[in-house]
Design a protein around this ligand. Structure first.
Ligand code: IPM
Ligand code: MG
Length: 359
């Protein structure tokens, strides 16, 4: 019997409600496949600032480091958003966690669900069958480059985009390895016509491409990529890019599938991997039992796949999620006028489905 040790960080807003469902799904999968689950909760984000003054307390970091995987909800609280003088923000907790755990790759699979095609802002024939993977560099670029700040008189501000060869090489290798297991195409997205950091990316990509002769490489400027994602999403297989470009393009890519409430993500790197939905803390819905738990439940599936190398367990979760949509047991964001179920009801239905299904 294998013991799976996970850190559970619900965070703020709807985080606790959706993580609760994903945790119950994780528990039933462990029962079904005879794994022992050990989990411990930690605090992060606004709730951690309130409790300790830090958005990512040392204790939470220790817990993550001692675990095999982290299941993460969301962070953010509107009380911090319009205060330009706030010294500490919940988002800093997320950035610190990524940096301290060395999570240099954020993987966001974008795939469509037949039941949701009509919800996409794009024509169904454009998105039907779209299936690509965005790989975003997560610990470099403008998010972390120094210097960053203001001039003494406060009237000039600057951020710095820095990338080293090592940082670019490791994320590109990861992208090529994923592509090798998929449809064998990598799109390297940059702004090499303007930015020095992008020219380094492109130079290194050209070197690395020769090491993966069976994978096709396509180079694309980020503005063009933004257009192509909505114009012809099916043309992508693995898209790899730097931190800020990836932040922007993955929000864009997420909506083509019909709901932001559906997409999971995995952040992997040097230490413990983190699995979280790509949506935020949705504070307006907090405590109302209406948030869609599917992105977090699908993040648990990614956790079984990437952290525990258990593809059958992951497939079992995905099958149950599909079944819930087919049965119409869904939250209001995707219910489409039909009866909407609560966060709890959707989670419980999936737990029960997994419990009853034959292995
Ligand atoms: C994301 C989020 C974060 C980011 C914020 C909350 C700091 O938008 O995970 O995409 O910009 O990376
Ligand atoms: Mg983002």
């Amino acid at each position: 019997m294998k013991t799976l040790k996970i850190a559970v960080l619900p965070g703020d807003g709807i985080g606790p409600e959706i993580v609760k469902q994903a945790l119950q799904v994780t528990q039933v999968v462990c029962e079904k496949f005879d794994h022992r689950l050990e989990y411990q909760e930690g605090i992060v984000g606004a709730c951690a600032i309130d409790a300790t003054g830090s958005p990512y307390p040392d204790e939470t970091h220790k817990l993550c480091m001692q675990s095999d995987a982290v299941l993460f909800g969301a962070i953010g609280d509107p009380k911090f958003d319009n205060d330009p003088k706030a010294k500490v923000r919940p988002e800093q907790g997320l950035l610190k966690m990524r940096k301290d755990l060395g999570l240099y790759a954020n993987i966001r699979p974008v795939s469509t669900f037949p039941q949701l095609l009509h919800k996409s802002p794009l024509r169904a024939d454009l998105v039907d069958g779209a299936d690509f993977m965005c790989i975003r560099e997560l610990t470099g670029g403008l998010y972390f480059g120094r210097p960053q700040g203001r001039s003494e008189d406060g009237n000039t501000a600057y951020d710095t985009c820095v990338y080293t060869r090592e940082e670019v090489e490791r994320i590109l290798h990861l992208a090529y390895n994923f592509a090798g297991k998929r449809r064998k195409k990598v799109t390297v997205v940059d702004k090499a016509n303007v930015l020095a950091s992008s020219r380094l990316w492109r130079q290194i990509a050209q070197e690395i491409a020769t090491k993966y002769p069976d994978v096709e490489t396509e180079y694309m400027f980020v503005d063009n990529a933004a257009m192509r994602i909505i114009q012809w999403p099916k043309s992508f297989d693995v898209l790899v890019t730097e931190n800020l470009f990836g932040d922007i393009l993955t929000d864009e890519a997420s909506v083509i599938t019909g709901s932001l409430g559906m997409l999971p993500s995995a952040s992997i790197g040097l230490h413990t991997s983190v699995f979280e939905p790509i949506h935020g803390s949705y504070p307006q819905a907090a405590g109302k039992n209406i948030a869609n738990p599917l992105a977090t439940i699908l993040s648990a599936a990614l956790m079984f796949e990437y952290a525990f190398h258990m593809p059958e367990e992951a497939a079992c979760i995905r099958k149950a999620v599909t079944a819930s949509m087919e049965a119409g047991i869904v939250t209001e964001d995707i219910a489409d006028g039909a009866k909407a179920y609560s966060t709890d009801e959707v989670g419980s239905w999936i737990v029960e489905y997994i419990g009853q299904e034959r292995k």
